[in-house]
Design a protein around this ligand. Sequence first.
Ligand code: ZN
Length: 230
Amino acid sequence: MTDAKPRAVVLFSGGLDSTTILAIAKARGFSCFALSFDYGQRHGAELSAGRAIAKLMGVAGHRILRIGLDDLGGSALTDTTRAVPEPPGEGIPETYVPARNTVFLAYALAYAEVLGARDIFIGVNAVDYSGYPDCRPEFISAFEHMANLATKSAVQDHVRYRVHTPLIRLTKAEIIQCGKRLGVRYSITVSCYNADESGRACGHCDACYYRAKGFCEAAITDPTRYQPGV
Ligand code: ZN
């Protein structure tokens, strides 16, 4: 490895949480390799925003992988015949994508092994989106344990992989405050599940609700670009 800084893989969507994670990983001294997925999500504007943000934040690399989670279906995020729910909801939301974080982390682990990185960052949060089972601390620690059994680097070279989840116990307001301190430009991040092609938010979906609530509770002016009439 020729980098002066240790390398990290950052799971990065172009949304509020993962952009904050990227800023945190950079602040902790990592050379960041962002990893995004085109999985047929209805909010494709998020990926366009992600390209711009990754460039702006000076990542060492940014890969966007096409994976066919939409071919399997089972989620309001990939199946346009299912409605995106409006909050507040009960139980595991319709926007849950079957095994998404398991799949994403598996790719991140493979990328880390290729890069010679030991650190993976993921913006899971167990507070505001508490309905997702693959955002819980016990899932992350189980994955980390598996990563250290499953790879050639761990078995042969005694590499210890770490999955970092600095947002896991933070409220949305605390995440926003943290990002603000690190200079994150939230105006160009896209969270909305129904964003239009230019990334303007619908103002009604789950993601819009939690994002707006977060800015309000953080006492920071919401810089989100909304669609006309919202
Ligand atoms: Zn929305």
